[in-house]
Write a protein that binds this ligand. Sequence first.
Ligand SMILES: C[S@@+](CC[C@H](N)C(=O)[O-])C[C@H]1O[C@@H](n2cnc3c(N)ncnc32)[C@H](O)[C@@H]1O
Length: 248
Amino acid sequence: MATESLTRALDVSDLSERTFLDVGCGSGLFSLAACRLGARVRAFDFDADSVAAASAMRDRFAPDGAWSVERGSILDEDFVATLGRFDVVYSWGVLHHTGDMWRAMDLLPDLVAPGGRLYISIYNDQGFESRVWRAVKRRYNRSGPVARRALVLGSAAYLSRRRLAKRLLGPAVRPAPSPARAPRARGMSARHDLIDWVGGYPFEVAKPEAVFAFLRERGFELCYLKTCGGGLGCNEYVFQRPASDRPA
Ligand SMILES: C[S@@+](CC[C@H](N)C(=O)[O-])C[C@H]1O[C@@H](n2cnc3c(N)ncnc32)[C@H](O)[C@@H]1O
């Protein structure tokens, strides 16, 4: 699924001869997918556990691949300046967790080679609901185990309210497949997905038009968009840097 998501969004059949930068690589699953598609991959993450997980993933599944993993922050301008330019810069679900999303987004364009692509995903801005989730997430991170458990259970009840309502309406309404049984996007179990959602802080959000305008001002053209339909979750964007920068 990871490999397929890259080929579909980037509109390529493989990434051979291409360079790929994975910004905030997490477990390294998408670096592995890029590696299997033939790319030379450089991956980094701010979190030492993620670096260890991605390194273990590389050692186990792609020991001979051209794939480096290191620790670094997209907000560290000195580190970012050492990275160079890449055919694909990939940052899925990362910028909104840095604590300074727009500054992080501002540092990405220089990492994209002329003609290259920038693939990002950012939490959708749902207005008031996003502000409530932000408060829940902040509270979770400041709480002890009992309050955390209560916040996770309350969030689970809120998120499954439509499914519960359908069940209460009886067999006249066909229930949706259980998320625990449906194939999980991005490889997380339903339980980890829920804890990741409630505990995922810092938390920033953006409307698609704001992301579009921000990167268009920096000379990028939108070539792929997958929204979450205005609801909860991430909008995905692929932008292309023109092959030669137009004169200002
Ligand atoms: C939701 S996970 C996404 C992981 C991976 N991109 C994926 O799609 O599976 C967010 C990741 O962003 C990383 N992160 C947060 N702030 C960062 C920063 N300033 N620089 C680099 N990585 C950061 C976190 O450590 C975490 O691994």
